[in-house]
Design a protein around this ligand. Structure first.
Ligand code: CP
Length: 307
């Protein structure tokens, strides 16, 4: 039963509950008109303390396409945060007006605190370098649609695996399925945090290897998950400049990959995928952004208890 629940971590829901969301998203994709009034009279609040294009717009588009309405801010200085209001007080106030809230925050754990003080479901839309569970639902729905399964896959994660919250969430989520393997491609300084390696991969005996070049990994990968180097999380600009172009996926590297490898990227892209790759049939990052809207429509419907 998902009604009234919050989504803070990618593993908050069981695999069966996740399947319910994906199955509903599939239904919406097939016949969106059937859902056009499903959220009539309901209000979604978007509380974005950090910039966003896909997550905020896809949540807002999702609610509007379900016949509901939206309130919120994309610039925290336009809210009473600028006067020193706490997360707890903000969410308790928002809960007086809205039926469901989505929060992005630069501080890890902020949406968790909000959920503790909230009477309405709170959805984590990305907290610092920690987790981004609705991006993960997006990624899983995309993979499930392309590959027909979420098991027995070799997933290559490439780029900033230290600060990239989408990668942390994806590894956590895919580790719950059967027989998935990971190839982690990053510079030494941007390897996955210890808690991901030790507490998830090693603890669950998941097969993984850490490599420093794309070339040595490409031929084995079923799903290549590219990420940008997260400039906003670096302590100094010099390190960012040194590392930002560590990996660039181009046509030459794509020629080393399987014919049915799928390239995903949570976006935004900076330099890490050459534009020439966009026309490759294996490039799925824009369809992935669209799946994000459908999966968020399904999530809203489930958390509000409408479906
Ligand atoms: N993927 C993602 O979170 O994109 P935005 O930062 O644009 O929301």
């Amino acid at each position: 039963m998902l009604k009234g629940r919050s989504l803070i971590e990618p593993t908050n829901f069981t695999l069966e509950e996740q399947d319910e969301i994906f199955n509903l998203a599939d239904e919406i994709i097939k016949a969106p008109e059937k859902f056009a009034d499903a959220c009539k009279g309901k209000l979604l609040a978007t509380l974005f303390y950090e910039p966003s294009t896909r997550t905020r717009f896809s949540f807002e588009a999702a609610m509007l396409r379900l016949g509901g309405q939206i309130i919120g801010f994309s610039e925290p200085n336009s809210s009473s945060t600028a006067k020193g209001e706490s997360i707890a007080d903000t969410i308790r106030t928002v809960a007086c007006y809205a039926d469901i809230a989505v929060m992005r925050h630069p501080k890890e754990g902020a949406p968790q605190i909000a959920a503790q003080y909230s009477d309405i479901p709170v959805i984590n839309a990305g907290d610092g370098g920690h987790q981004h569970p609705t991006q993960t639902l997006t990624d899983l729905l995309t993979i499930r649609t392309i590959k027909g399964t979420l098991n027995n896959l070799t997933i290559g994660c490439c780029g900033d695996l230290k600060f990239g919250r989408t990668v942390h969430s994806l590894i956590k989520a895919l580790s719950a399925y059967e027989n998935n393997k990971f190839i982690l491609i990053s510079p030494e300084e941007l390897k996955v945090p210890d808690y991901i390696r030790k507490e998830i991969l090693e603890k669950k005996n998941i097969e993984f290897k850490q490599v420093k070049t794309m070339e040595e990994a490409m031929k084995d990968i079923d799903v290549l998950y590219m990420t940008r180097v997260q400039r906003e999380r670096f302590f100094n600009e010099e390190d960012y400049i040194r590392l930002k172009d560590s990996f660039i996926l181009d046509s030459k590297k794509m020629s080393l990959a399987k014919d049915d490898m799928a390239v995903l990227h949570p976006l935004p892209r900076v330099n890490e995928i050459a534009y020439e790759v966009d026309s490759d049939k294996r490039a799925y990052y824009f369809p992935q952004a669209k799946f994000g809207m459908y999966v968020r429509m399904a999530l809203i419907l489930k958390l509000l208890g409408i479906y």
